[in-house]
Design a protein around this ligand. Structure first.
Ligand code: FES
Ligand SMILES: [Fe+2]
Length: 389
């Protein structure tokens, strides 16, 4: 069992702090040893958001997913299946492709040109002995599944709980947005100089919103959220503390999370095109993924720790698959609220990271508006405990 500095397990330490109603100790944001354990034991065994299916429609289209020292290629194979396999050559280990996306006929290692098919099997290798059997050197596969058009990979060896089951309690609430019939209009990657847990904690609470998010609160009703927690409608809460979903209350007259509360895209998503009363809602899968749906657009957030004090957060804006940039929506207007809110949030996370580095920092008591932070701590304690940490 891995122990925090005082000889108590990390999970026990987190639970003690939950019971005392305070934040978690500073060491948990700073320990290189714990960070290494989190990467293999938590992120290496979680569903990771890879991208939207619309980015992988043609055979040979691929994208990469990075997780600590690991890199995975997700590709559309010739037979139409989605496949996921290691981005590490079976010869002498070179990365096959750079991080990002593209389209290929086959994956040729840049080092000595071992050549892999779109399903990760080895097609051939130059100047190998007659006894060499390419069939014996496929790239190791990863699990890949799709939920409402969103593609996820899982790097664990054992078969994980299907993503559709894990997120299934959110189907009724999030299904209205027709996410499978959207496309990626825009993506921004942010580097946040803060531990990944500070980024998640920040995303859980709106105790900070009124003062720090002037653009967001024009349409978003913070008092409504804080009064009721995330309003559950149509679906039961998940029993898994990693999963949370609920509505985002809007101010009177607002129909979308935009600067003026009105639609940014004139092509409504999913059931909203058929007259469903507008609402906004979100679903989280801690600690890797969040989706926020509005009647006219959606955003996907995915989080990837880079180091103990740096986290990459990627946000993609989704619009209906037939919405045309410049005609049906203006990209600047579409992206504005979340881009501004994100940058404000990252500034707060970085400020908190600076503070927890100080010897003087002792976690203080949490507000009644921070109950979802405690939910995050519970989920985190369970993830630690599952790894005997
Ligand atoms: S390392 Fe890939 S072909 Fe040699
Ligand atoms: Fe925020």
């Amino acid at each position: 069992m891995a122990l925090a500095a005082d000889g108590v397990s990390y999970s026990r330490t987190v639970r003690d702090h939950i019971e005392r109603g305070v934040g978690i100790p500073r060491e948990l944001y700073l320990s290189q040893e714990l960070f290494a354990e989190e990467m293999t034991g938590i992120f290496g065994r979680s569903w990771l958001y890879a991208g939207h299916e619309s980015q992988l429609t043609q055979p040979g289209q691929y994208l990469t997913v990075e997780c600590g020292t690991e890199s995975v290629i997700v590709a559309r194979a010739r037979d139409g299946r989605l496949t996921a396999f290691s981005n590490v050559c079976r010869h002498r280990g070179a990365r096959l492709v750079d991080p990002g996306c593209g389209i290929k006929q086959r994956f040729v290692c840049p080092y000595h040109q071992w050549t892999y098919r779109l399903d990760g099997t080895l097609q051939g290798a130059p100047r190998m002995p007659d006894s060499f059997d390419p069939g014996s050197f496929p790239l190791p596969t990863a699990h890949v599944e799709v939920w409402h058009g969103l593609v996820f990979v899982h790097l664990g060896e054992a078969a994980p709980e299907p993503i559709a089951e894990l997120l299934g309690t959110g189907d009724a609430l999030m299904g209205a947005f027709g996410i499978a019939k959207t496309r990626v209009a825009h993506t921004i990657s942010y580097q946040v100089e803060a531990n990944w847990k500070l980024v998640w904690e920040n995303a859980q609470e709106c105790y900070h919103c009124n003062v720090n998010h002037p653009e967001l609160i024009r349409a978003f009703d913070v008092a409504g959220l804080n009064a009721t927690g995330r309003l559950e409608t149509k679906s039961s809460p998940s029993l898994d503390p990693r999963v949370a979903h609920g509505r985002f209350p809007l101010r009177p007259g607002a129909v979308s999370l935009t600067l003026d509360g009105q639609y940014a895209s004139c092509k409504p998503l999913g059931a909203f095109g058929g007259g469903l009363e507008p609402y906004t809602a979100s679903i989280h899968l801690k600690p890797t993924f969040a989706l926020v749906g509005c009647p006219d657009y959606a955003v996907v957030l995915s989080e990837r720790p880079v180091s103990v004090d740096c986290t990459e957060v990627r946000m993609s804006w989704l619009v209906r698959d037939d919405a045309v940039d410049g005609t049906d929506y203006d990209l600047d207007t579409l992206a504005k609220v979340w881009d501004e809110t994100n940058k404000q949030d990252w500034g707060l996370c970085e400020r908190a990271q600076l503070g927890v580095r100080s010897q003087s920092y002792v976690p203080g008591p949490l507000s009644v508006d921070e109950t979802a932070v405690v939910d995050f701590y519970r989920a985190y304690a369970n993830l630690l405990e599952a790894q005997d940490l």
